[in-house]
Design a protein around this ligand. Structure first.
Ligand SMILES: [Zn+2]
Ligand SMILES: [Zn+2]
Length: 337
């Protein structure tokens, strides 16, 4: 049987193809993809700036329905709505054995290093599959992967109840992290971005205040004690020298956005010393998907359908990539079928 799938033949050359529908090998399930998010990593894969092999069907943020299972997998899964943790790890290297599987020396990911969810169906290891409530919209299910990244970030950074937070970068990841921070006890989040539209969204979705990046300096006067936590969710290296100056004495800086490899920022070590600033970072998902499912399944309002502002059919994959490149909207997803 054939199915539609996006095939990225080489960087910047993608077509929609009819390809052979995958069969479930032992220990695998076939998921009919209902929604699959597109993000900055997909942009890197499209441009050839990632470790992906080509040809590849990308798509690592996916939710759908199990339609068949291979040997050694319970048939009870068939018909269930599921989300898929894309992380592929070896389970035996030193990092896997010390609960640092995001640093697995054999690390891979569905949609990044093997075929993923920009297709009608995808074969995935059963151990990567997580059951979702039947009434959860598939768009929300596909937001659990980015939520799992935010969840891991907040496992790294201790956030004291009542914390004042300043966030640079209110793209979809920034907004999801903001909502998780507010649920985790942060008192208020002040949002900074270069897009007034994104700031409007950030305020609608929970930020106390939205400030244009070129007008951020007066925040130092309004907050003479600084912020307990400053989050950089921009992926722009040049933001750090400015943003780190807003951290309060004894406070923390979280590097959450992914800056291009090789990009450098000049920061003042004295400032870090004198204010006793702790710098944290977090990379991808580290066994945090199951907790993200729990968060998404409760009625705490971290994830909502309105975080998804654009949906495209598979045939419009290139348009979705272009929309990401232009920073359009909040979350952009593909909807196969
Ligand atoms: Zn992603
Ligand atoms: Zn490993």
């Amino acid at each position: 049987m054939k199915m539609q799938a996006v095939v990225l033949w080489e960087p910047k050359r993608a077509t929609l193809e009819y390809v052979e529908r995958p069969d479930a090998a032992a220990g695998e399930m076939i998921v009919q993809v209902k929604a699959a998010g597109v993000c900055g990593t997909d942009l890197k894969i499209y441009d050839g700036d990632y470790l992906s092999p080509y040809p590849l069907t990308p798509g690592h943020e996916l939710a759908g329905t199990v339609v068949s299972v291979g040997a050694e997998v319970s048939t009870d899964w068939v018909g269930r709505q599921v989300g898929v943790d894309p992380t592929l790890t070896c389970g035996v290297c030193g990092f896997c054995r010390s609960r640092q599987s995001n640093h697995c020396v054999n690390w891979g990911a569905i949609g990044d290093t093997v075929n993923g969810g920009f297709a009608e169906f995808v074969a995935v290891p059963a151990k990567n599959v997580h059951a979702l409530p039947a009434d959860m919209p598939a768009e929300v299910g596909a937001l659990i992967e980015p939520l799992a990244c935010a969840e891991w970030a907040l496992e790294r950074v201790p956030v004291r109840p009542g914390s004042e937070v300043l966030m640079f970068g209110m793209g979809p990841m920034g907004v999801i992290l903001m909502r998780l921070l507010l649920r985790g006890g942060a008192n208020a989040v002040t949002a900074v971005d270069t897009s007034s539209r994104r700031l409007e969204w950030a305020v609608q979705l929970g930020a106390r205040q939205g400030v244009m990046a070129d007008a951020a300096e007066p925040l130092a006067e309004a907050h003479p004690m600084g912020f307990d936590l400053v989050v950089d969710a921009t992926g722009v290296a040049g933001v750090m020298p400015q943003a780190i100056r807003f951290v309060s004495p004894g406070g923390a800086y979280l590097l959450f956005g992914v800056a291009p490899r090789g990009a450098v920022a000049a920061i003042e070590p004295y400032w870090i010393y004198h204010r006793e600033i702790t710098i944290y970072s977090s990379m991808a998902i580290n066994q945090s998907y199951a907790r993200a499912v729990q968060i998404a399944s409760s009625s705490n309002g971290v994830l909502e359908q309105r975080l998804v502002t654009h949906t495209f059919p598979l045939s419009a994959y290139a348009n979705a990539i272009q929309a990401i490149r232009e920073g359009e909207g909040l979350k952009i997803q593909l909807r196969p079928g």
